[in-house]
Design a protein around this ligand. Structure first.
Ligand SMILES: Nc1ncnc2c1ncn2[C@@H]1O[C@H](COP(=O)(O)OP(=O)(O)OP(=O)(O)O)[C@@H](O)[C@H]1O
Ligand SMILES: [Mg+2]
Length: 267
């Protein structure tokens, strides 16, 4: 078991956001966390990286107890976790190649990486990651010249270059068009299958969660109210997860009541 949370409470100051959740993650799983905006998905994901404060309960990640971990050990632990931010967090002025190489920086000597002196086998390794995400033809382009989907794929390649045991991805496809989104999800899937990296990803798109993930965790009001196979995620559960939300994901059952009368007449 790579991640184990028991009665875990996470939050900010005294505000409890994630409330007494219990779950575990096994090696090789591909999990999506779904739920309405503000429910605590990012808070939970960042909690797995030791970024949000633990207000109660237990959480262990890759054998480390996050409640008692030292700063030095947390730094080492983070090198074993690839975190993909919605905002990419790439170095805009650096090339695709150098950004991906910076993922390897965490496990290689600092100086050669800083002066961009990569050995032949390191170049080959970087190119392999670029090919996995399909960005090799942009190797020398600056990252600020790339599209959103391309940047997200560089971010994934950089995370994979880190050779992490777990990738945490916070809404990796929320700002992408469907084709780029699919490409990014395919990329995460291949990191999962090819390198055996466990993936936990926040997603707003239920159809992608269903298609790509081996397991879905559904949150409502800071609690986990569904944890199971995508096939067991039925309409009633989805309604329960998104109860009270402004926007529901795919094909909301109550959609018609959101439409003005004129639109309903046309529908
Ligand atoms: N740094 C912070 N300080 C205080 N409160 C915060 C902070 N970050 C988030 N929150 C609060 O925690 C709650 C959950 O936020 P979180 O970002 O985890 O939600 P989310 O499920 O990821 O939403 P979204 O789908 O919009 O990304 C919100 O009420 C938010 O206002
Ligand atoms: Mg979020």
């Amino acid at each position: 078991m790579q991640i184990q949370a028991q009665q875990l409470v996470l939050g900010y100051g005294r505000k409890e956001v994630v409330k007494q959740v219990d779950f575990h993650v096994n090696k090789g799983e591909f999990i999506s966390i779904i739920g309405p905006s503000g429910v605590g998905k990012s808070t939970l994901l960042m909690g797995l990286n030791g970024t949000t404060a633990i207000l109660g309960g237990q959480i262990s990640v890759l054998g480390e107890n996050l409640a008692t971990i030292s700063n030095a050990a947390l730094k080492q632990l983070r090198a074993r976790i690839g975190f993909i931010f919605q905002s990419y967090n790439l170095v805009a002025r650096m090339s695709v190649l150098d950004n991906i190489a910076s993922g390897m920086l965490q496990r290689k000597a600092l100086l050669p990486a800083l002066i961009k002196l990569y050995r032949r086998e390191e170049y080959e390794e970087i190119f392999e990651y670029m090919k996995v995400v399909g960005i090799e033809h942009e190797a020398l382009s600056r990252c600020d010249r790339l599209s959103g989907g391309q940047r997200q794929r560089v971010a994934i390649a950089r995370a994979v270059a880190q050779k992490p045991e777990v990738i945490l991805a916070d809404e990796p496809i929320s700002s992408l068009d469907p084709i780029s989104a699919r490409r990014v999800m395919d990329t995460l899937k291949s990191a999962n299958q090819r390198y055996g990296i466990t993936v936990v990803s926040n997603l707003h798109q239920l159809d992608y969660a269903r298609e790509y993930c081996t397991r879905v965790i559904g949150m409502h009001a800071g609690r986990i109210i569904f944890d199971g196979a995508p096939a067991d995620l039925h309409r009633e559960t989805i309604d329960e997860i998104y109860r009270g939300a402004q926007v529901q994901p795919d094909g909301p059952t109550r959609q018609k009541s959101f439409l003005p009368a004129a639109a309903m007449a046309q529908a």
